[in-house]
Design a protein. Sequence first.
Length: 120
Amino acid sequence: MAKILTVDDSKVIRELVKTVLIENGHDVVTANDGVEGLAATRNEQFDMILSDINMPNMTGISMVSKIRRLPGYEYIPIVMLTTESSDFKKDKAKKTGATGWLQKPFDPERLMKAINKLIN
């Protein structure tokens, strides 16, 4: 079981991801945007983070950049779960510290396969 933070401004996506993760035995914390996601990482240690890119207040890419500077977060997997598909955005996310990229809408089985690969 891993402790996973999922960050997305869409309540529907947050709840869907949370349900899939809980059904697969993971502990899940959710955040509405990058500001809340960053605050959560300052209060708790997570084994993995899933984040959207386009969110109000702070984008996922900005959040990842800030999280990577926090003690204990240098190497944990951070996967961008987004509708974005441009190579520019993928490259920017990777350069700021994102580990991987999954396209929305996502397949729950594919999501779990990626999580299991990165956590184990």
